[in-house]
Write a protein of this length. Structure first.
Lengths: 227, 293
């Protein structure tokens, strides 16, 4: 089952910067995809397209069976509701506890109240933070905050997890833990897409798809390569 | 809708957090809105009282018709028949000169002694006619055609003044409703915009998580409603305190002013002010929310 399909997708920002050129790719259900490339190569632009933050300048992009384009903006909310996003800067609500942040991710979906606490505690358990469920996120370390963000993404039971530089603010040990954690969700039949510029974090991995982005182009030789 | 119902508690909690974020600014805004609505409430009560007085006076509209002094009872009856035939005259009665004397005694009170200096009753019989106030002009014309009629006394001047007072309150009321509406909407929309600005990171996160615009907007709408509804409650309390004093004062030295019943007046006022505050809260919040997008 196709989760994402891009055909001749181009993205040009309003200031004229050409972010992505002729992107063609297909990502299927249950796959884990690593998007690598140096800063400014277009990794985040690609993820922004997948989340509907940007729409393609031309070409056709379908995410979770719905087209993302300027003409189909109403699809974007529906797509986002089926995505578990993880951001480099976490995007947690300050002043709230870890469990409140995880619950918020589910609230917007309209999950029944009784399910919220159960799912949130389960997700925090998975990321190894159940003991800090009621700690304010402001008092957690960067690594712990990123794990809360992952718990928020996972608790939503998403079809697709999109993680944009999830290890960007972390030391090597924490970064490896986060990558391993994200990789584990592939086993739950969830498609996981991770962008990173830290290639050393994926050097020893033996499964997944590697997409190399350079100057807005996905290099042909790397596309679909099994690690 | 299900999403909204499931999350009612969350929305209330969020609204409280947003309110607390700029607590003192919000408290001051609450009292400002309260004072604005209080002024509106006073104008509405002034308009209501003057309209009530006007209506009562119009219902009791009466003119006095004076005739030649030497008319006997038979001729007076004939004149009364002519008066009764005029369109707009509801009822006519003769006030005999004895009754006229007694009335003057009452009006003069202690000074009624002056009447004792007259050897004879100085008053003459006259007519009291209840009329349809709308037809006062044509009644006047018709009465002047009756040869025995010498003088007509009416309360047209008072009515005209009352009408202009009521009209002034009406215009003032309309002006104040517009002014109050605009200023409250501006205050509320500004507060909401400020709140949204303070919350922009969180709102952005909610959008990325797929939250609907209603989900994001509801806590802000609640804050807007809290401010205007709270302002309406303050205005209603102040109005109660002021009106009760006015009623006490007017029922003492000026008991003849026909005021509307206090309870009815307050009930109507509270209903109007709270309804206006809710409507303004919704409009202000919606403008604040939509202008922040």
């Amino acid at each position: 089952m196709k989760m994402i399909e891009a055909n001749q997708v181009y993205l040009e920002y309003r200031d004229g910067t050409k972010a992505l050129n002729n992107v063609n790719l297909q990502i299927n259900k249950g796959e884990i995809v690593y998007i690598i490339g140096p800063s400014g190569s277009g990794k985040t632009s690609l993820l922004k397209l997948f989340m509907g933050i940007e729409q393609p300048t031309s070409g056709k992009l379908t995410v979770l069976g719905k087209e993302i384009s300027k003409e189909h903006k109403k699809n974007i909310r529906e797509i986002r509701r089926r995505i578990g996003p993880v951001f480099q800067e976490f995007k947690l609500i300050p002043g709230r506890t870890a469990i409140d942040n995880v619950i918020l991710g589910m609230r917007v979906l309209g999950m029944p109240r009784l399910q919220l606490n159960k799912n949130a505690l389960e997700a925090l358990e998975k990321v190894g933070l159940s003991h800090k469920a009621f700690s304010k996120v402001d008092n957690l370390s960067w690594g712990e905050r990123q794990r809360v963000a992952i718990a928020r993404a996972v608790a939503r039971k998403p079809s697709l997890i999109l993680a944009d530089e999830p290890t960007g603010n972390l030391d090597v040990n924490n970064a490896l833990r986060i990558m391993e954690l994200l990789r584990s969700f592939k086993d739950e039949d969830t498609t996981v897409i991770i962008t990173t510029h830290a290639t050393h974090l994926i050097e020893n991995l033996n499964e997944g798809i590697l997409l190399k982005v350079n100057k807005g182009t996905i290099e042909q030789e790397s596309m679909g390569r099994r690690l | 809708m299900k999403n909204i119902i499931y999350n009612t508690g969350y929305f209330i909690k969020e609204a409280k957090t947003i309110f607390k974020l700029t607590f003192w600014s919000n408290v001051l805004s609450l009292f400002s809105i309260g004072l604005i609505l209080f002024i509106l409430s006073l104008v509405i009560s002034g308009w209501s009282i003057s309209t009530e007085v006007l209506t009562l006076i119009q219902e009791e509209a009466q003119i006095n018709i004076y005739t030649d002094e030497n008319l006997d009872d038979i001729n007076l009856e004939k004149v009364m028949e002519k008066i009764n035939s005029i369109d707009g005259i509801i009822e006519t009665r003769i006030v005999q000169k004895e009754e006229a004397y007694e009335r003057m005694e009452k009006v003069l009170g202690e000074d009624a002694k002056v009447l004792e200096y007259f050897e004879d009753n100085p008053f003459h019989s006259f007519f009291e006619a209840k009329i349809d106030i709308e037809k006062i002009e044509s009644i006047h014309k018709e009465l002047k055609l009756i040869s025995e009629v010498r003088y007509i006394r009416d309360n047209r001047e008072i009515l005209t003044r009352l009408r202009s007072i009521a009209r002034a309150f009406e215009i003032l009321g309309a002006f104040f409703i517009a002014a109050v509406g605009i200023s409250t909407v501006v205050i509320i929309s500004h507060i909401i915009r400020q709140g949204i600005y303070n919350y922009k990171e969180e709102i952005n996160t909610l959008r990325l998580l797929g939250a609907s615009e209603a989900f994001i907007a509801l806590p802000f709408l609640m804050v807007g409603l809290l401010l205007t509804f709270g302002g309406g409650a303050i205005a209603s309390t102040l109005t109660y305190m002021v009106l009760i004093q006015i009623y006490n004062y007017l029922s003492g030295p000026l008991p003849f002013i026909p005021l509307p019943p206090f309870q009815v007046m307050m009930q109507d006022l509270v209903l109007i002010i709270l309804s206006i505050s809710i409507v303004l809260g919704i409009i202000g919040s919606m403008i604040g929310i939509s202008s922040s997008k």
